[in-house]
Write a protein that binds this ligand. Structure first.
Ligand code: SIN
Ligand code: FE2
Length: 224
């Protein structure tokens, strides 16, 4: 028997839940906004390419002497850096001695909108850390605590290959939630979740139609 048109439409969405934007509360103060940045992906990537020309990705060294598997750069008034001196924000890119590239408006706009959607009005980031993961790259559990403004949330935009994001609590020893983050997904954490531990499991190999064998993550912060 022929199906009514209505059911054909819903079948088209079946198996593709990512076509339907959804939000998921992770804990008090933290929200996953699935697909929130998907429609803006081309503009975001074009703006990022301009940033990367001025401040290329590089593998920084932790204060303990380990080279990070994630390659990083920044845009905005301040950029997050790590070296033998420690973790900090600074106005100058240590590689070029120049200021970090300005934060493109398309980037700060998506961060402001995502924060608003998650319940944080008037979020104006002054720093955006850009992380580039290749297969095998990971980020161990940590808290974001080098920022001056603890009242502002962190907004994280994921592009390219999917990753398993580990989202814990205020205690490192608590088992983190494991969330699959896909191209265009945004996570916002602030308020009581602002200092929750988080990290990224080793990136599985794959090929993404837009970014190839890579995942790029942008974290927007109010650092100054
Ligand atoms: C970070 O904590 O800075 C990065 C998180 C991510 O790559 O999803
Ligand atoms: Fe972080």
């Amino acid at each position: 028997m022929q199906k009514p048109a209505q059911s054909v439409t819903s079948d088209m969405f079946d198996g593709q839940p990512s076509m339907l934007p959804e939000q998921q509360r992770l804990t008090e103060g933290a929200m996953l906004l699935s697909g929130f940045a998907r429609d803006t992906d081309q503009q975001l990537i074009a703006a990022l390419n301009d940033v990367i020309v001025q401040a290329p990705f590089r593998h920084m060294t932790t204060p303990g002497g380990f080279v990070m598997s994630v390659a990083m750069t920044n845009c905005g008034q301040a950029g997050w850096v790590t070296d033998s001196q420690g973790y900090r924000y600074q106005a100058l890119d240590p590689q070029s001695g120049l200021t970090w590239p300005a934060m493109p408006k398309v980037l700060s706009d998506i961060a402001t909108l995502a924060a608003l959607k998650a319940g944080y009005a008037h979020f104006l980031p002054d720093a955006c850390l850009v992380n580039c993961y290749e297969p095998g790259a990971r980020m161990s559990l940590h808290q974001d605590k080098n920022e001056q403004d603890a009242a502002a949330p962190i907004v994280s935009v994921s592009l390219g290959l999917p990753a398993v994001f580990l989202f814990g609590s205020l205690q490192r020893s608590d088992r983190p939630q494991r969330l699959r983050l896909e191209h265009g997904d945004v996570v916002v954490w602030g308020g009581p979740a602002r200092f929750n531990f988080h990290g990224v499991a080793p990136l599985a190999d794959g090929y993404h139609v837009v970014l190839g064998r890579k995942r790029i993550n942008l974290t927007f912060r109010k650092a100054l």
